[in-house]
Design a protein around this ligand. Structure first.
Ligand SMILES: *Cc1c(COP(=O)(O)O)cnc(C)c1O
Length: 411
């Protein structure tokens, strides 16, 4: 066949068969969608802690809290076992309880609405903006009732929500705002760092997040009263933990003054976090470069819709998400995801909308069809690998696999 003549099947020659159909994969080993990046410095810091006298909540937690406070430019940090714990404690400290409602997005990890549930409150879901996939501020007010106590926006993929209208709504209706910033440490909204905008901001240091303590989280606030309450309730409702008691006259004496939980983080984890937070800006810079490489490769492809970061924000680029345009493929999203995985690109989905999980449908009567933009996104989005330790050739593999499958499965 003469492929130099137009219209003689030159396009066919370029197509390579997907691995899922028996072709050879783009790469030989699996590329995960996210992975931690630890070095000798982290190993040394953890080892030193293990050799010290104090391994649970102690001086390294105090130092880690200061490091997070300084990084964000906030006033107080309460480090806890997870972002889930931070969200629970944050709503708890703000007085959210039975009979109350918390408005959030459904395109999130279940931890966000569950934080309301743990406090006896009801999660209420507002629809998203289809461009950023963040909660749409214009969709919040219709859900506000006399029972609403808080709004819990999630900075999806690390891109800050449009906070000014959300904060204005909260002020107008007397509501608290708790940010789920599990994806967003280091992100900036209109020149203001995430962590300085609302009542309480919650971060995650889970292994796949932008920096890690293996498992861990933090609640950051400018309000001294909330910081004090969260600190007490992080450890059973005891105002002074074992470390601060250790140096007092009566180290055996303690008082449970209110209902608290067991959410304290260890010095082993804080030692890890103290090293990771020093590297965070370099991690974010590398994430930004990779996201830019993906944007450049995919922005001309009419089969894909990219998420846009509004110009007034700096994303923390936690996830790189593309949406497939349904009429442009011979397969659905799950088919494409399976094909990508066969190419050894472990793409993922963030998220199946929370209101479509059976627990929420059975308990809160949430229904398919109630959040059209969120559901449409939930059916069409794919999270591509993005983590700072990716090499240039890892990035090229992802681009090549996406281009290969888009051509092969083009409608
Ligand atoms: C990871 C994540 C959480 C929970 O964080 P943990 O530290 O694992 O509890 C909450 N919300 C979102 C959006 C997340 O991605």
């Amino acid at each position: 066949m003469d492929c130099t003549k137009p219209g003689t099947g030159a396009r066919h020659v370029e197509l390579s068969k997907p691995a899922i159909e028996g072709g050879s994969p783009v790469r030989a080993t699996t590329l995960p969608y996210a992975r931690q990046w630890l070095g000798e410095e982290e190993i040394a810091a953890v080892t030193e802690t293990l050799r010290s006298d104090w391994i649970t909540t102690g001086p390294r937690v105090v130092a880690f809290e200061s490091a997070v406070t300084d990084y964000c430019g906030a006033r107080h940090t309460v480090a806890v076992t997870s972002c889930t714990a931070a969200l629970h404690l944050a709503l708890n400290a703000l007085g959210v309880g039975p009979g109350h409602e918390v408005i959030t997005t459904s395109l999130t990890f279940s931890a966000t609405p569950l934080a309301a549930v743990y406090n006896g409150a009801t999660p209420v879901f507002a629809d998203i903006d289809p461009v950023t996939l963040n909660i749409n501020p214009d969709c919040i007010e219709e859900h506000i009732t006399p029972r609403t106590r808080a709004i819990a926006p999630v900075h999806y993929a690390g891109c800050p929500c449009d906070m000014d209208p959300i904060l204005a709504l909260a002020r107008k209706h007397g509501l608290a705002v708790v940010e789920d910033a599990a994806h967003a440490i280091g992100a900036v909204y209109r020149g203001r760092p995430i962590g300085t905008l609302s009542d309480i901001t919650c971060f995650s240091f889970h292994a796949v997040k932008n920096m890690t303590t293996a498992e861990g989280g933090a609640a950051v606030t400018d309000r001294e009263d909330l910081a004090r309450t969260m600190r007490t309730r992080r450890f059973f409702g005891v105002a002074r933990d074992a470390w601060s008691r250790a140096s007092s006259d009566k180290p055996w004496e303690y008082d449970v003054s209110e209902l608290g939980f067991k959410y304290n983080i260890t010095d082993i984890q804080a030692a890890l976090g103290l090293v990771q937070i020093k590297k965070l800006d370099a991690f974010l810079e590398r994430r930004k470069q990779i996201a830019a490489a993906y944007d450049a490769a995919f922005s001309g492809m009419e089969q894909l819709t990219l998420c846009r970061v509004p110009h007034e924000t700096d994303s923390a680029h936690h996830l790189y998400v593309v949406r497939i345009r349904p009429g442009f493929f011979r397969v659905d999203r799950d088919g494409l995801l399976a094909a990508l995985r066969s190419e050894n690109i472990a793409a993922n989905v963030h998220y199946k909308p929370v209101h479509l999980h059976s627990y929420f449908m059975n308990t809160y009567q949430t229904k398919p069809g109630s959040l059209p933009e969120c559901e449409q996104a939930g059916n069409t989005l794919i999270t591509l690998p993005l983590f700072p330790a990716m090499s240039h050739s890892d990035v090229q593999d992802v681009i090549q696999a996406v281009q290969k499958l888009c051509s092969w499965y083009a409608a």
